[in-house]
Design a protein around this ligand. Structure first.
Ligand code: AMP
Length: 477
């Protein structure tokens, strides 16, 4: 199984003449959620067509790729995974044929019982082609022999635990589902009969599609090819476990998430951080871009001027794309350059959204000092990350997490900051709403959905990795 660390962006489009083009634009807006591979499956209601490729959306899709994806329905996926070697066999959407036609599945999240389910399915004869936990979902649906497709899907979902936002395209339309805890987001929008469902509302904005609402935790929506839709299953009353790290770091600030602007949530985090950890300093700046809103909030509350002290190079991808310590240090330097005219002689507050391994902070504090800062006060707009995430965010094992192994003063010394302040849990939830609605396992170790034995192992399932060629056209069975 592809292990606990996976981040993805998903989008589905029903209605427009060239749905795949819409899906492709949606994937552009969701590029921050996954950069390893990108794929779209489209449908004309009879056949399904697939194109999947490694790399960014812009590299994966050219005119001819999009021309090979006809039809008024499409589902797309951006994937990033740290586990196992990057391979096209693990690119999504998954496309299979079974007795009721094709199924194209795009998944964001991480199932916490995938190994158990997979072993059981293998024992009863299923053959797996990838190391993805998502493949379990299609096998479960296909294994529901006597049920209608709706029933088969609901039964299959009942057997999953953990985090999933799923988009499943069939010859008749789309199913969109969010796990009963709502770990990962899913937004629904409509324009002139077209329906779009996407990980984040920023994908709807790009398509001029108005956000109608977010799917509720546990909700299963069925969308027909004519754009009509119905809720097959509504949200459970009280199971909400919304990933707070989406608000802190992962989502785009121009998205609306859990009913709140992500930019506003981060500004509030910054204000709370300034309240809890003031600094005697001359200016404040962000580690761009994910901390911009939090740094603005810090500046606003503290009254310190907001400066652009670090400039980010946008053309190199995210630091975490290239694992391996030796590369990582160097990549911090290519990614950020200090503006010495802003920094020289100043006592500066640097705001970051989170510290994972500490590599970025250590390198940045060094760069800012080299640029002439008199003092460097590091402020972090989240509580310390001390535990891995098994619900779909790339937060590594405890031995790699600096806050799992050092105290705050030790971290300050390690990164070379004059002072270091992390936001408290109280501050976090004053900013983003009640704690009981959120998952903060990466900070608290409180895993509210049980984990199966062995989930902490990073190794992929012992399945030979198959190479698939792209594009793949799948005739209906
Ligand atoms: P590190 O150098 O490992 O401490 O990484 C910290 C930086 O990575 C911070 O600037 C965060 O904005 C960013 N970050 C936090 N979580 C993640 C994640 N899951 N994937 C990629 N980057 C992250």
């Amino acid at each position: 199984m592809s292990g606990p660390r996976e981040e993805c962006g998903i989008v589905a489009v029903i209605g427009p003449e060239r749905a795949a083009e819409w899906a492709c634009l949606g994937l552009y807006a969701l590029q921050h959620r996954g950069q390893e591979s990108s794929g779209i499956v489209s449908s004309d209601g009879v056949r399904a067509y697939a194109h999947r490729a490694m790399g960014l959306v812009a590299d994966a899709f050219d005119e001819s790729a999009l021309a090979s994806l006809p039809g008024t329905a499409a589902v797309g996926h951006n994937r990033y995974s740290t586990t196992g070697s990057p391979t096209l066999a693990n690119a999504q959407p998954i496309l299979v044929n079974y007795r009721d036609g094709f199924l194209a599945v795009a998944h964001n999240g991480n199932l916490t019982n995938a190994r158990t389910l997979r072993r059981r399915l293998e024992r009863s004869g299923s053959i797996f082609q990838s190391t993805m936990d998502t493949e379990v979902v299609v096998h479960l649906i296909a294994a529901e022999r006597d049920a209608s497709r709706d029933r088969a899907l609901l039964n299959a979902l009942d057997r999953l635990t953990g985090a999933y936002s799923l988009l499943i395209l069939t010859p008749d339309g789309l199913y969109a589902a969010r796990d009963p805890h709502g770990f990962r987001p899913l937004a629904l929008g409509r324009r002139d009969g077209a329906v779009v469902v996407a990980s984040e509302s920023c994908a709807l904005d790009l398509l001029d599609v108005e956000l109608e609402r977010e799917l509720g935790p546990g909700e299963v929506l069925k969308v027909g090819l004519d754009g009509s839709y119905e809720t097959l299953r509504a949200s459970p009353a009280d199971a909400e476990c919304l990933c707070v790290f989406e608000q802190i770091y992962f989502a785009r600030p121009d998205s609306t998430l859990y009913g709140m602007s992500v930019d506003e949530a981060r500004r509030r985090l910054g204000r709370e951080l300034a309240r809890e950890h003031p600094a005697d300093a001359d200016c404040v700046f962000a580690v761009p871009d994910s901390s911009n809103s939090a740094a603005l909030g810090y500046a606003e509350f503290s009254g310190l001027p907001f400066e652009l002290g670090l400039i980010r190079n946008h053309y190199i991808g995210r630091t975490f794309i290239q694992p391996g310590q030796a590369v990582r240090d160097f990549r911090v330097k290519i990614k950020y350059n200090p503006v010495s005219s802003v920094i020289r002689g100043k006592r500066v507050v640097v705001v970051d959204d989170s510290i994972v391994r500490g590599t970025t902070s250590k390198a940045l504090v060094g760069l800012v000092r080299d640029a002439g800062a008199a003092e460097v006060h590091l402020r972090v707009a989240s509580p310390p990350l001390r535990h891995p995430c098994y619900y779909g965010i790339d937060i590594p094992s405890r031995d790699e997490l600096i806050a799992a192994n050092m105290t705050v003063p030790e971290i300050a010394a390690f990164v070379g900051a004059d002072s270091l302040g992390y936001l408290s849990f109280d501050g976090l939830y004053r900013a983003v709403g009640a704690r009981e609605h959120h998952c903060d396992a990466c900070m608290s170790g409180n895993y509210r959905v049980p984990l199966e034995p062995g989930i902490e192992e990073k190794t992929a399932f012992e399945t030979p990795e198959l190479r698939v060629h792209s594009p793949v056209e799948a005739p209906v069975a």
